[in-house]
Design a protein around this ligand. Structure first.
Ligand code: DGT
Ligand code: CA
Ligand code: CA
Ligand code: ZN
Length: 592
């Protein structure tokens, strides 16, 4: 944990959160020191943490003896809290950190590795970090320790794999988080005591990787909600079990924090826990400038006697309105100018899911990797209320999954036959073209011209030089049969880096040729990335937000694509698939 200046605690809840974190660390390290989570000292820190959590007092001005008067806080812990508030450090904690460096202390996270075992590993086997432990496991040394055996070795090995430990950066790709978070929210929302529930934090901001999941629940019955949370099947290990907050590790090693708040304060809480921290700080500064106080409980007017009057707390929108500014969509809340823009009235008309009129990257089982039939895919798109749709099965150059010219001609026939059944939705005969290593595309130009719409993407040759990759894209962009560039880099978040390109050159070419840049909503991809989208938007590049669906279950990706575009500050007018059919078709045909 970073050392904080005392002045950084600009609010009482900030101070309380920092103190809680400090106590939590004391709990972890003292457990190692005492070789037991049940020790008197460990319990004292835990109780103090809960006391800080439940007090509504501002702890910043309290003396050590005043702190010790709070229910659950003993004298010695009170002195540590005071020292922490004054100096940002605690002597005892520094001492423990030195004795148990993070690399070593983190091994205690592994199920099956208790504090006694950990101590024996260090004393007898010289284990200081994960690499040492891996070695000791491989050499079957762990089984020589007391109470250990071959089975416990196997269990520890498996746990290390499952937790994905080892990387310096323990963040999880958003694709591995969204599903479980949506499931948890879903399950809790069905509970009779739950008035409202949403995930917040980096996930709601649509970050590419997630540290932990923050779920905020509105309920009058926090105890019952907490007990429901502890029973969730996703819970593998409880980390914190408080009256309004439960933290746990899922069976995949993902940390989830669930907090319960009063329904009347739900907006203030979701605003706070959605963050980002930088956005919160900018909002709080705006509040201070207007002599208001903003915290996780609400926006308050403070009079000269320090008396607080609530102005807004129930919804985020009310709070933004009371701060005299536009509502900022969650993905934009990164503290990169959005608060100023929302206050000045210069926030663009950001793209929303309900603006979307069509999907322009859509596969059927004509593609080797497509899993639903043409009829199923078209019906599902029509059920979304779309006004146009491009069927873009893979071109012939893609090994196994591509279609020959003859197959494509037959496909076009089937599309034409299907069209009359969908009078409200124009179905375009399209193709996902493959951009070859030198920028060449599938089929002869004459045949390519027969596609009513195309998306051209990189599916191979990921290891060319940056120069070659850039040239390859420029060649494709300049081809008059190309309407859009699909998943720009071909990355898989956290797994495959994608091609390296010169973004300025590619963006300039997209503008010059009036070719759209795809925002691919598949969670593994989210490509173009939001930071690239923002650069493209600044230059006026047109965008197209697609699902790249290969099955009818994948249409929900449109929402993630839209959020990624929002994160890139995409205005509605640049997103071609938010346009009317007439305007959209005019743009498509102008290219040909
Ligand atoms: P993550 O979990 O690393 O992917 O990123 P976040 O943004 O979800 O961060 P997390 O889980 O530590 O905290 C959730 C939100 O709570 C964060 O976005 C903003 C708010 N928050 C956390 N710590 C502070 C703080 O010290 N000051 C302020 N103003 N807000 C904070
Ligand atoms: Ca988080
Ligand atoms: Ca968190
Ligand atoms: Zn595709």
């Amino acid at each position: 944990m970073a050392v904080d200046e005392p002045s950084r605690y600009t609010s009482s809840e900030d101070a309380a959160r920092a103190v809680k974190e400090m106590l939590h660390e004391l709990v972890r390290l003292t457990t190692l020191e005492e070789e037991s989570p049940q020790s008197f000292k460990v319990r004292a820190y835990e109780k103090a943490g809960l006391a800080i959590e439940s007090t509504t007092d501002d702890i910043r001005p309290l003396s050590a003896s005043a702190l010790a008067k709070l229910d659950g806080i003993g004298k010695s812990t009170a002195a540590k809290i005071r020292q922490f508030l004054d100096s940002g450090t605690v002597d005892k904690l520094d001492e423990l950190r030195e004795k148990y460096p993070r690399e070593f202390a983190e091994l205690a996270k592994i199920p099956g590795v208790g504090p006694k075992t950990l101590k024996a590993m260090r004393d007898k086997l010289g284990v200081q970090n994960l690499d040492d432990l891996r070695r000791a496991l491989d050499e079957e040394e762990v089984r020589t320790l007391p109470r250990m055996g071959a089975a416990s070795e196997a269990k520890i090995k498996q746990a290390i794999e499952r937790l994905g430990l080892g990387g310096k950066d323990n963040r999880t790709p958003v694709a591995d988080v969204m599903g479980i978070a949506e499931r948890l929210v879903d399950r809790l929302s069905g509970h009779p005591n739950v008035a409202d529930v949403t995930y917040c934090g980096s996930l709601r901001r649509m970050a590419e990787t997630i540290g932990d999941v923050d779920i905020t629940v509105a309920s009058e019955q926090p105890e019952e909600v907490m007990s429901e949370v502890r029973k969730l099947p996703e819970v593998d290990e409880l980390l914190l079990s408080g009256s309004t907050k439960t933290s746990f590790l899922t069976t995949t090693g993902l940390q989830v924090d669930v907090r319960v708040v009063e329904p009347d304060q739900f907006g203030a809480a979701t605003l706070y826990f959605t963050g980002s921290k930088a956005h919160n700080i900018a909002l709080r500064q705006r509040s201070i400038d207007r002599s208001l106080l903003l915290n996780e409980y609400g926006l308050f007017e403070v009079d000269d006697d320090g008396q607080q009057t609530l102005m807004a707390a129930k919804t985020e929108d009310e709070i933004y309105q009371a701060l005299d500014m536009a509502v900022v969509p969650p993905p934009m809340r990164e503290g990169t100018g959005e608060v100023q823009a929302a206050a000045d009235g210069t926030l663009p008309d950001i793209i929303q899911r309900e603006h979307i009129q069509g999907d322009l990257h859509y596969h059927t089982d004509r593609s080797g990797d497509g899993r639903s039939s043409l009829e199923e895919m078209v019906t599902s798109a029509s059920n979304q209320g779309y006004r146009y749709l491009a069927i873009t099965d893979h071109g012939e150059d893609l090994a196994i999954n591509g279609s020959s010219q003859a197959e494509m001609e037959e496909h076009r026939q089937r599309i034409q036959e299907l069209q009359p059944q969908f009078p409200k939705m124009r179905i375009l005969f399209g193709c996902e073209l493959n951009i070859g290593p030198d920028g060449g595309l599938d089929y002869e130009p004459d045949f390519r011209r027969q596609f009513e719409y195309t998306v051209a993407s990189v599916h191979s040759h990921f290891d060319l030089s940056k120069e070659d990759q850039t040239q390859r894209l420029l060649n494709a962009i300049e081809d008059p049969t190309v309407n859009s560039i699909g998943h720009l880099t071909g990355r898989y978040i956290g797994r495959r880096p994608g091609i390296e390109i010169d973004y300025d050159e590619v963006i300039a070419a997209l503008v010059a040729n009036d070719v759209a840049l795809e925002v691919n909503g598949a969670l593994q991809r989210l490509d173009a990335a939001s930071n690239v989208v923002r650069r493209a938007v600044e230059k006026g590049v047109k965008l197209v937000i697609n699902t790249d669906s290969h099955h009818t279950s994948e249409l929900g990706r449109m929402e993630y694509g839209v959020r990624t575009a929002q994160r890139g500050w995409a205005p509605r007018e640049l997103v071609v698939n938010s346009w009317t059919e007439k305007k959209f078709m005019k743009w498509v045909q102008a290219r040909r």
